[in-house]
Design a protein around this ligand. Structure first.
Ligand code: NA7
Length: 542
């Protein structure tokens, strides 16, 4: 059995950076990655049209001034291949691969209380003995495949957007069904429709989507960012979303109808999800939200020629932004094509899959291929897929039976020296993921350095601190409109999953301050213990 200081699970952006920092601390590290390469989300989600909807000058690492100067993005919103190339470049540039084991999944992690060590078992039957475990498993990495009757009888090809074949898929001459109309579907449908003979889109819930208006990167724009990167990165860290989005810091209710319209029109023309920064209260004030939602509804009506189709594509029963807002390239326009039809499965759900198609409302839709754009078991899926057992053999699955509970979204009581990168209870999916990843990794690096300085071996949150944080996260969520939507933020897309608003909505700026304050108080809310010694509550830094 091999012994290391730290196991990192996952080699996406979180895992790669964690490895880099842990090495700096002088720790021995093993990274275990299920894929054959680095990149996480960008490794798996290779569907046509996959693209980041945060501007890539902002969706990139800031930790290395050299890296951020030398890497050149070719588009305002980079596509999946380019982001994957970037992840690979980072792995090579910092010589990270030598500590990564690919094509291997962690199946269990068990805490040995006697020795204060974790025993991490992989599907290659290897057991790794480690002091720390870092779960860098991603928030949207466990693909969700619905369980329609008759699935196995289908004669055609099936794909999930989150597990797209590396060699790509040729849809030429094919009749394709796309199930789902979330972000992945909205990005892929226009691309598939350009190639396929026919596309039938099976929609349960229509989505709000803003045109991305992606453009090639210009030298000027790149220079603007690169010449001022340190200051701009600092500003990013203090925002609510980790994105410099030109927030218009007034209520939508505080301006005239004309001014409001002007603001929405300007954002719509600029493109991208920063539309939600048109005013400062779009996710907290129903009336304000209504004005933004209504604006988008009008755009759909103006874009889609068939009024019945336009109406079906129009979201009406949840506030804009409370399900993940989407950014698209010609999504609504695609429904004007002769080879695209919309199937409303809200009123008439999919009944079953048969050999040659999909049956809904007693109508058989004959298709050759089915694309499942049906999303993920978000935020907790990848964590709970691993059989994690802490003190007393208690499993994380049992502990989180009624919903995830973690202090700062970083650690959970009863599971010493186990950390989550962008775990539930942290801003994570409500933010620019790379900003949040860097904040977590850097906070954890400081924490471990503190432990080294204090000669502490074990750290674990107290139950009281965890309970208070969970309450804080909950209260913050309920001050917004988010809980009113049946979203994956709430676990609503997974039958039987507890309905809890999982991310922390306080904003990345405020969250960073809260984390820093806890660290400054000597890791308040945690207990630390020396090797083989009794725990002490949050000792001050030496
Ligand atoms: P999402 O946003 O979870 O979208 C999944 C879509 O699939 C959504 O429209 C669902 O409808 C639909 N869905 C899921 N299960 C079913 C069943 N059983 N029947 C019919 N329709 C179904 O996942 P994405 O991959 O698009 O995006 C995930 C995130 O990745 C995205 O937000 C970005 O952060 C990147 P529903 O809305 O549940 O009615």
């Amino acid at each position: 059995m091999q012994g290391v200081d730290a196991v990192v699970v996952g080699a996406g952006f979180g895992g790669l950076y964690m490895l880099y920092r842990l090495r700096e601390l002088g720790l021995t590290v093993r990274v275990i990655e299920a894929g054959s390469g680095v990149g996480g989300t960008w490794y798996w989600n290779r569907y046509p049209g996959a693209r980041c909807d945060t501007e890539t000058m902002q969706y990139s690492y800031s930790f290395s001034p050299e890296l951020q100067q030398e890497w050149r993005w070719t588009e305002k919103f980079a596509g999946q291949p380019e982001i994957l190339a970037y992840a690979n470049h980072v792995a090579d540039r910092f010589d990270l691969r030598r500590d990564i084991t690919f094509n291997t999944s962690v199946v269990s992690a068990t805490y040995d209380e006697e020795h204060d060590r974790w025993s991490v078992v992989t599907d290659a039957d290897e057991t790794i003995d480690s002091r720390f475990v870092f779960m860098a498993t991603g928030c949207l990495s466990t693909a969700r495949m619905p369980d329609f009757p008759g699935m196995s009888s289908f004669n055609g090809r099936t794909y999930h957007t989150g597990h797209w074949p590396h060699e790509g898929v040729d849809f030429a001459g094919r009749r394709v069904a796309v199930i789902g109309t979330g972000s992945s579907a909205i990005q892929s449908i226009p691309m598939i429709a350009q190639q396929a003979k026919h596309v039938a889109v099976f929609q349960r819930t229509p989505n709000y989507s803003i045109p991305a208006r992606n453009v090639p990167m210009t030298d000027d724009y790149e220079r603007q960012w690169k010449s001022d990167y340190p200051a701009l990165r600092q500003q990013q860290k203090r925002t609510r979303t980790g994105i410099l989005n030109g927030l218009n810091d007034v209520s939508a209710m505080a301006v005239s109808d004309d001014e409001r319209q002007r603001q929405y029109e300007q954002r719509w023309l600029t493109g991208g999800t920063t539309f939600m920064a048109s005013f400062n209260d779009l996710v907290t004030n129903k009336d304000s939200n209504h004005t933004a939602a209504e604006f988008v509804r009008q755009q759909i009506k103006a874009t889609v020629r068939d009024p019945a189709v336009a109406e079906l594509l129009t979201p009406r029963d949840y506030p804009i932004g409370t399900k993940r807002i989407c950014a698209d390239t010609a999504y609504f326009e695609t429904f004007n094509r002769d080879n695209v039809t919309l199937v409303d499965i809200r009123k008439a759900p999919i009944d079953r899959i048969v050999a040659d198609g999909i049956v809904a409302a007693e109508t058989t839709h004959a298709v050759d291929d089915i694309v499942f754009a049906t999303g993920f078991d978000a935020m907790t899926g990848a964590l709970l897929k691993v059989d994690i057992r802490g003190r007393g053999g208690v499993s994380l699955r049992d502990k989180w039976n009624a919903g995830p509970r973690a202090y700062l979204g970083i650690a959970t009581a009863g599971f010493p020296n186990l950390f989550m990168i962008t775990g539930p209870g942290s801003p994570s999916v409500l933010s620019n993921m790379i900003v949040s990843i860097e904040q977590h990794v850097e906070w954890l690096t400081d924490c471990i350095r503190h432990m080294q300085n204090c000669q502490m071996h074990v750290i674990e949150p107290t139950l009281a601190a965890e309970d208070a944080w969970v309450e804080h996260v909950n209260k913050a969520a309920h001050r917004t409109l988010y809980p009113s939507a049946a979203s994956w933020y709430m676990g609503a897309n997974i039958p039987g999953k507890p309905r809890v608003f999982m991310p922390y909505i306080g904003g990345v700026g405020r969250y960073r301050e809260e984390c820093d304050e806890i660290a400054a108080k000597g890791y308040e809310g945690f207990t630390l213990a020396p090797a083989g010694g009794a725990p002490v509550a949050a000792p001050r830094a030496l």
